[in-house]
Design a protein around this ligand. Structure first.
Ligand code: C5P
Length: 239
């Protein structure tokens, strides 16, 4: 399924800017040249659903709100945002099987009513290294836990996961061709890695089996965001 997507459909731009004005100005520039716009907690909390509707007139939206609560609360929160019919929503896989099943049930019901949203699960935050996991009481390696949680998310009905491109190959092999893998931590050739520690180029991420690539600052902070997005699309097409 993921193989049928054009490069432009697979490029997701993280709108990590503080205001609707800045986000909409960027979105207007990038509209038609990218597949999706990612709205995170900061922007959603500041600007809310009306802003998302405006953004959706420019490109499909990934609502990156990473819900993590008891199953009923997550289901109801999802039902509230699904009225926007975002292209993607997500929850934390570490919310557990009942929560994942409740989330998948809400998204499935939405699709049965004609909605087009897909559900991703966040496996292990990349801010959690081995030592942080140990302090949380787990002896697992982050990569092993990400693989384990990906299998769980698939079993519970998620359409895919958010993962590091460095973990994508193992998850793709374990979860199959139709499972969606959305990978941040992408840096085009020759561009600063900034605060990202473990990055791959767009072409490498696709080779590792990523479905969607999330790119933020290399596009949003470029002097010419349109040229930056087009250069990334060329790298993706050449993979
Ligand atoms: O600017 P940059 O390309 O680093 O932005 C990447 C985006 O992906 C940001 O919104 C960041 O929060 C998000 N992200 C990430 N690593 C993760 C999960 C999400 O960089 N593991």
């Amino acid at each position: 399924m993921s193989k049928a997507l054009l490069p432009v459909d697979r490029l997701v731009v993280a709108l990590d800017v503080p205001s609707a004005g800045e986000a909409l100005a960027l979105a207007r520039k990038l509209s038609g040249r990218i597949g999706m716009l990612k709205v995170g907690l900061e922007l959603f909390c500041a600007e809310g659903p009306a802003f998302v509707r405006e953004l959706q007139s420019l490109a499909p939206v990934f609502l990156d709100l990473k819900f993590h609560d008891i199953p009923t609360t997550v289901k109801r929160a999802l039902e509230a945002v699904l009225t926007l019919n975002p292209r993607l929503v997500n929850v934390h896989a570490q919310g557990g099987p009942a929560m994942l099943e409740a989330a998948a049930g809400a998204v499935r019901a939405h699709r049965e009513r004609g909605g087009t949203t897909e559900l991703l699960a966040v496996t292990v935050l990349t801010s959690l290294d081995r030592e942080a996991l140990a302090r949380l009481g787990s002896t697992a390696e982050p990569g092993d836990m990400a693989l384990h949680l990906s299998r769980l998310a698939m079993t519970c009905g998620a359409d895919g996961v958010v993962c590091s491109a460095l973990e994508a190959r193992a998850i793709r092999d374990a979860c199959g061709e139709n499972f969606r893998l959305l990978t941040p931590g992408i840096r085009p050739r020759g561009v600063s890695v900034q605060d990202q520690a473990r990055v791959l180029t767009p072409a490498q991420a696709l080779e590792e089996g990523a479905t969607w690539l999330v790119v933020g600052r290399p596009i949003t902070q470029a002097p010419d965001p349109i040229a930056a997005a087009e250069a990334i699309l060329l790298e993706m097409a050449g993979s």
